[in-house]
Structure formats: C-alpha cells, structure tokens
Write a protein of this length. Structure first.
Length: 190
C-alpha cells in the first residue's frame, strides 16, 4: 500500500513539473517565456533577472532625496504567460507589480503594490513599447492644482546590461513634465 502511494505521489509530481515547465525552478530561477504567450512578453526579456539599482525620489519642487540602493527582480509567472517584479529597497520600502499583456487591446496592464501602502484596490498602468524601444505606461492622475494628466512611467536604455526608469507627471498633451522618481539599474551576473 505504501509503495503504490509513493509511486502515485512521484508520478503526479512529475506530471506537475512537466505541466508547468515555464514556472521559476531551480534550473530556471526566473522562469521561462512560454511559447504560447503573446509575442509582446518578449518586451521584458532583457529585464528578466535581478538588477542592482539606485533610486532617487523628489521631496520638493527643488530637492531630491538621498539615493536609495535597491534590488529589482523580474521573473516569468503563471507558467510563462505573465511577468512579476519585486523591488527590495534598503530603506525598507518594498514594492512589486504583476504585468500582463492583453492581445485584444494590444496593451500591457501593470498592477502595482507596495509594502508602505497596502490597499484594497491596486493601482494600474497601461501602455506598451514605442518606436524608440522604450516601455511607456500611463495612469490617469490629477495634479495637486487640479490639472488633468497622467503619471507616466518610462523604461529606457533597455539592454541585457540594465535599464533606466523614470516616473513623471505629464499633462494630457505631454507638453509639460514633472519628474518625481528616477531609477538606474545594472544587471547582476546570473
């Protein structure tokens, strides 16, 4: 009886591993891109892995806070059909996102969460790659003075060596920009 139980357990374990071949594993700690995923999931391929980053946020109209060291990790999840990222900041404020591409709208949808601001509803951005190979994401946001606009996120200089990230408030025509957060990342050796 024990032998058949253990044989069944091993059999179902092996089936499970082969069924979810693109999930993070010991062999592939960041998962793998599922060949059945929309081709746009490859937009994030250079970011998959862990980077050492420098983060700096605006604290007033004229001043920026001290730079904070952080680790930013991207990996494939949901059997290689989506991407999750996590930041671990040395100041103790951590965050992450779930990134999914919707083929019907041809847009990325990014749902953000942070340890400092637990919420019942996650903030979300949407957008995609532009002609200059920048990932640009938007979220509607009204400025403190009541002006309608967006919080715009831009991933730029994307390569296998790292990337830059910019968070800024822009008006609806994007003729005015107010940067609020900058991050510079270098890929760790895998």
């Amino acid at each position: 009886m024990k032998t058949s139980f253990f044989a069944a357990a091993i059999f179902f374990t092996l089936i499970g591993y082969s069924q979810y071949a693109y999930e993070p594993s010991e062999k592939n700690p960041y998962g793998l891109l599922n060949p059945k995923a929309p081709r746009e999931l490859a937009d994030y391929a250079p970011l998959i892995g862990t980077c050492s980053c420098k983060s700096v946020a605006r604290i007033s109209q004229t001043e920026w806070a001290d730079t904070v060291d952080m680790k930013w990790t991207f990996k494939y999840i949901m059997d290689g059909l989506a991407i999750q990222d996590e930041t671990l900041k040395y100041d103790g404020s951590h965050s992450g996102s779930i990134r999914q591409f919707n083929s019907d709208s041809a847009k990325w949808y990014v749902h953000y969460y942070a340890s400092a601001t637990p919420t019942s509803s996650l903030s979300s951005w949407n957008g995609g790659m532009d002609r200059d190979d920048k990932m640009i994401l938007y979220k509607d946001q009204t400025a403190p003075n009541g002006m309608e606009g967006y919080f715009k996120i831009t991933f730029s200089n994307i390569s296998d060596e790292g990337f830059n990230w910019l968070g800024e408030w822009v008006d609806k025509t994007e003729s005015f920009s107010y940067p609020t957060w900058k991050i510079y990342c270098k890929k760790n050796s895998q």
